[in-house]
Each structure stands twice: as C-alpha cells, then as structure tokens.
Write a protein that binds this ligand. Sequence first.
Ligand SMILES: [Zn+2]
Length: 146
Amino acid sequence: MSAGDGGAPAGPPAWAKPGPAGALTLAAFFDGVREGRLVVQRCLTCRALAVPPKAVCQECEAISWEPAPLGGEGEVTSFTVIRVAPGRLAAEAPYPIALVRMTEGVSLLGRMVDNALDAVRVGLPVRFAPPPDPSADPPVITFRPR
Ligand SMILES: [Zn+2]
C-alpha cells in the first residue's frame, strides 16, 4: 500500500494518538477541582484555553497542550435557580447554578454557595472555591460571591 492510494490509514488518526506531556484528562481536571485548583489546558499552537480538557483544539485543530492554572476569579454571565434538586442535593434546594466567565476568558458552569440565592445576578463578581463535598464524584464546581 502506498500513501495516497485511498486505502485504510496505517494507524490511528492524529487526534486519537496520546497527546504530549501537559495534556490533561478529565479525571486530572476534577482532581484539581477537588483540591481547590482550577487547571485547564492551553493550546501550544494558538494559545486558546480549553475546559473541559480536549484532545483537539477547537480553534486550530492542534493536539499539543500545556496546563494552564486559572486565578479563580470570574463574573456571572447567566444563571438559573435549582428548586427541585436531584438526589443528594435535594435538601439544599433552592440554590443557584451560574455560568461564570473566568478572567482568563473561558467559561465554567458551577454552583453558587454562601447564601448566593439573594445575591446572584448577571455581572456578579465571583471566586472559585473548593467543593463542599470533595468526595463527590465528580466534585461540584463551586463559586462564592466576592
Ligand atoms: Zn489551538
């Protein structure tokens, strides 16, 4: 078989091969969350941030990454209030869930704590906080008003 003959490729496509050192797994991302750290991925080619971790950059299709710790501060860009919560969270309802645009530009969905029900609004400055229950799998991404 020669290159370009239209046959099946000899190996897995580039996106299916293991990434270089620095590529994160979803498990590693949540381990960081559990320990109170927000570490996402930065594309080594175009510098775009990715969260949750991805194999292929959505901006430039590169597959080379490095870890990118975030400072933990952001701003609410949207939210909703959970009034009927699932399972283990049922007793804690109502509580707000917010889409937060981090200072670095990526957005994360997380739960608001610290009596945030009255304070939550679009534009509210927030700070990432360690999850109330680190044993939860996956841990809940948590934000507090700042
Ligand atoms: Zn890229």
